[in-house]
Design a protein around this ligand. Structure first.
Ligand code: PLP
Ligand code: COI
Length: 354
């Protein structure tokens, strides 16, 4: 499908733009004026509509609410100095959207429909894309099942909804993490690789407990032995160990992050050795002890590049180097920003112009 998508557009007559405080943005609290909704029924996607942001009219019996046939994506649009607005790598999120749909036995959304929907919505709310450094318009596409029946069977109807909202930095200082060795985010054969709503619901109690213990974030470990590193909260995790960029290889339990892929591509383009493999907590901790761990960070759309300042494992604390002196993550973040904000040539073709 390469035709232009037919989208009905109804603009608000009461924009909240002028009354929104862009200097105090808390992630996910501010929404732009419009949203996009579309329906899947009778075997096809239809009723694509951009309308003022507001409540949806839904049956309380929809299976998304009962059985969790629901998933989401997260990506960002950036404003360049010349006023252009671009979305970062939406093609990757379109593919992952359908991977999540497949795992939850939901319907596919053609990639062009996904991308065109996002672009049309961002276009309508382009004045909401912040121009300030470190700021962007967060885009949150979701799909959920809308059959109003209580049978545990895949729904035949779905809704695709896209929200957007201006955001600033998610983490403002290096994070103190603990390796989570009790709770599990995902197991082999499960659906950790999907952006299923249920993965995030299940993570809230472990997060809450980690916060009560004084940690900003946790690093998920494998379900079987709790000996191998998987992800950092809602981000992938990467280390610079002994001069190599290492990150857990993607598998059932790990979300194949767009930022992760982007960092790997940049590192390889700089001739840096990259290893995607199983990583034991033991080797990370040993690296922290002997000084060979020179960088450690979370990588994600919301998180961007989030330096790990300190790690806790089996009663021991490991303080890592001052994040402002770390060569690799600083270079990655500044290169990423230069590409996203159009300050340097986009040689990888990552910016989708709205
Ligand atoms: N892992 C999890 C569990 C996430 O929720 C996210 C955030 O989207 C990521 C990794 C990073 O993925 P991406 O870089 O595509 O945002
Ligand atoms: C994102 O980075 O887009 C995410 O999905 C993280 C979010 C759960 C805050």
């Amino acid at each position: 499908m390469t035709d232009t998508l037919d989208i009905k557009i109804t603009k608000t007559t009461e924009s909240r733009l002028a009354t929104t405080d862009f200097s105090n943005l808390v992630f996910g609290h501010t929404f732009a004026d419009h949203m996009l909704v579309a329906d899947y029924a009778d075997g096809e996607w239809k009723n694509f509509e951009i309308l003022p942001y507001g409540p949806l009219d839904l049956s309380p019996a929809i299976s998304a609410l009962h059985y969790g046939q629901a998933f989401f994506e997260g990506l960002k649009a950036y404003k360049h100095d010349d006023g252009r607005v671009t979305i970062f790598r939406p093609d990757k999120n379109a593919i992952r959207f359908n991977k999540s749909a497949e795992r939850l036995s939901m319907t596919q959304l053609p990639e062009e429909m996904f991308t065109q929907s996002l672009a049309a919505l961002v276009d309508v709310d382009r004045d909401w894309v912040p121009a300030k450094a470190g700021h962007s318009l967060y885009i949150r596409p979701i799909m959920f099942a809308t059959d109003p029946y209580l049978g545990v069977v895949p729904s035949k109807t779905y809704k695709f909804v896209v929200l957007t909202g201006p955001v600033g930095p998610y983490f403002t200082k290096p994070v103190r993490i603990k390796f989570e060795t009790h709770y599990t985010r995902a197991a082999e054969g499960g659906f950790g690789y999907a952006k299923a709503a249920g993965n995030y619901g299940g993570s809230m109690l472990p997060f809450k407990k980690a916060a009560e213990e004084g940690f900003d974030q946790l690093i998920w470990t494998d379900a079987k032995e709790h000996k191998y590193v998987e992800e950092m909260g809602a981000a992938n995790v990467m280390f610079m160990l002994d001069g190599k960029l290492i990150t857990p290889s993607t598998r059932d339990t790990i979300l194949d992050g767009v930022t992760r892929d982007t960092v790997i591509s940049l590192a390889k383009s700089w001739g840096m050795p990259v290893e995607e493999r199983r990583i034991s907590i033991a080797e990370v901790v040993e690296g922290a002890r002997n000084g060979k761990l020179t960088d450690a960070f979370g990588a994600g759309t919301a998180a961007t590049i989030a330096p790990i300042g300190a790690m806790h494992y089996e009663g021991e604390d490991f303080v890592l180097s001052d994040a402002s002196t770390r060569e690799f993550s600083k270079k990655v973040l500044s290169t990423l920003n230069d590409i996203r904000y159009g300050k340097t040539e986009d040689t990888f073709g990552w910016n989708y112009v709205v």
